[in-house]
Design a protein around this ligand. Sequence first.
Ligand code: ADP
Ligand code: UDP
Length: 234
Amino acid sequence: MIKGNLLYEGKAKTVFETDNPKELLIYFKDDATALNGEKHGIIEGKGVINNKLSEFFFKQLKDRGIKSHFVEKAGEREMIVKRLDMIKLEVVVRNIVAGSLVKRLGKEEGTPLTVPVVEYYYKSDELGDPMLNRYHIMALDLAKIDELNQMEHVAFSVNNILRELLKAKNVDLIDFKLEFGRFDGEVLLADEISPDNCRFWDTVTHEKLDKDRFRQDLGGVVEAYKEMLDRLTL
Ligand code: ADP
Ligand code: UDP
């Protein structure tokens, strides 16, 4: 595999072309942003951990029938993926109230939701990622109804699989964000699955083991990411 032209420099990852037109190389950086890009920092070693954790999760999901863009890990910070036509949505699944939901619902952080909730956000930095419903998505032609149904089905399946995997490691899955894209007529799971886009709490102490440590200036950020990697892979 040959690393080709830079295709896209994102906030947490850089995407390169490869010598295979159907594949891309994703490079995981240590950069972290929050508050719609207003807060920026470096979490030293984060890229290496997120690459490993994403590999772990995508492989576990594949074993349980969930297809993703993951092809192979190609270095400490590099992953080869299928080149997708990305759907401009962030698909969020929530089990427990946290983050933006605290204010929106007026519920205390940590309040369990009686059923998992799915939400869609328009992936648009200019608009600050507004929340959309299914009708907005269809009206904007961001995805077809069958694609939406597929994404929702996969999102809930991923929730069940990750909750089960994490429960065995004494971690609660509070919420997470997924992205999807099209490949040869199929909708595949894409991007990454890591403490950058999931909320993980220790089941007993409720200690935060995710990016909220950075967002809320709690300290011990990289230690928390490392703890997640160790619990899941050692
Ligand atoms: P952001 O765009 O929010 O700054 P990142 O820094 O994580 O996010 O950049 C990675 C970019 O790569 C994202 O825009 C994501 O949608 C895109 N991406 C992820 N997986 C794929 C894929 N398989 N094919 C094409 N683009 C992808
Ligand atoms: N999330 C994400 N990228 C975003 C916004 C949210 O990965 O641009 C994830 C976040 O890590 C959490 C879930 O989506 O696991 C729900 O986030 P929330 O809506 O509470 O947003 P926040 O207040 O964290 O910005």
